[in-house]
Design a protein around this ligand. Structure first.
Ligand code: ASP
Length: 320
């Protein structure tokens, strides 16, 4: 077995000690994290123990919103690197005694956290925490705004499974308006030289002054035309004002915007489908397509999710 070579960090990288949005990363830091994820993927893939570079460090996962993949992959990533990981049981915490989110985070930081992974919908909370706490702050999902480690894992998946993003066409389909994944993906993929498209009904598109570099399409036939990747998005019912009406429309939505083997024929031959999960089968994507490993990279996304989070934890908390 060949020895895995760890890439060298760029000079003065990650000095801000935070990853809140894609904008926090320089180009050199983005490419370094992708290389580092490739290195760590080697350990995840071979089930070989990774170097315990974070022994003695403390990682606190503070998720105020629901999560399966992000929370658990951060936990696994931290454990693989030897850190002490604590998942805060938010439902049973003092938040219900009236403590503010900031005070909860402050209390946890005082226990000696080196890195805190925070998911919350409150705008500006991550920013505020990064100013008042000494530990590294990683955004594990901020409302409908940003989800930078999802964008990094999506970029890692495309790079590793399809090829460099430069000159690829990536169609992000569905409920773009409420999706922090779409927002972070669009920013990161554009930075990496891809052409990004948003595809979906007008009601689920962000306002026209946002994302000036992204092309917009109202049908899958035109939006997927010649695309290398179709990225499906979950209908974010929990962020919609008129939930019931849209729920009722979900069946029609699938007929018009559902990703299926049939609709993928509009894309480039050999195009791949991705989805950040959790999926609503039969709403934005057909189960058969999602499960077809010759087209679907969805499980690969989960796999690279562990590797990219190992890379982020290494980059942000391995420092003295
Ligand atoms: N898991 C992703 C997120 O946290 C996508 C989703 O929830 O639909 O944003």
């Amino acid at each position: 077995m060949t020895e895995l070579q760890k890439p060298l960090a760029p000079k003065n990288a990650f000095s801000a000690n935070r990853l809140i949005g894609v904008d926090d990363l320089s180009d050199a830091e983005i490419y370094y994290l992708l290389d580092l994820a490739e290195y760590y993927a080697g350990f995840v893939d071979r089930s070989e123990p990774a170097p315990q570079i974070l022994t003695g460090k403390t990682q606190i996962n503070l998720f105020f919103e629901d999560s399966t993949r992000t929370n658990l992959s951060f936990e696994l990533a931290g454990k693989k690197l030897g850190t002490d990981v604590i998942n805060v049981p938010v439902a049973a915490s003092s938040l219900h005694k009236g403590e503010s989110l900031v005070d909860t985070a402050r209390t946890l930081a005082a226990m000696g956290a080196d890195v805190m992974v925070v998911r919350a919908k409150e705008e500006g909370l991550h920013e505020q925490l990064s100013k008042i706490l000494d530990c590294a702050i990683v955004n594990g999902g901020a409302g409908a705004l940003e989800h930078p480690t999802q964008a990094l894992l999506d970029a890692a998946t495309i790079t590793m499974e399809v090829g460099p993003l430069k000159d690829k066409t990536i169609a992000i389909c569905g409920d773009v308006k409420h999706s922090r994944v779409a927002s972070s993906d669009a920013q990161l993929f554009t930075r990496l030289g891809a052409t990004v498209r948003f595809v979906g009904p007008a009601a689920l598109m962000p306002s026209s002054n946002e994302f000036p570099d992204v092309e917009r399409f109202k049908s899958l036939a035109t939006g997927l035309d010649n695309a290398d990747i179709a990225m499906g998005l979950r209908m974010q019912f929990e962020r919609m004002a008129d939930t019931d009406k849209i729920r009722e429309a979900a069946k029609d939505y699938f007929n018009e915007f559902g990703l299926t083997h049939e609709t993928m024929k509009h894309a480039k031959s050999g195009a791949k489908v991705m989805h950040p999960g959790p999926m609503n089968r039969g709403v934005e994507i057909c189960g058969n397509l999602a499960d077809d490993r010759s087209v679907s990279l969805i499980e690969k996304q989960v796999f690279y999710g562990v590797a990219i989070r190992m890379a982020v934890l290494d980059a942000l908390s391995a420092k003295e």
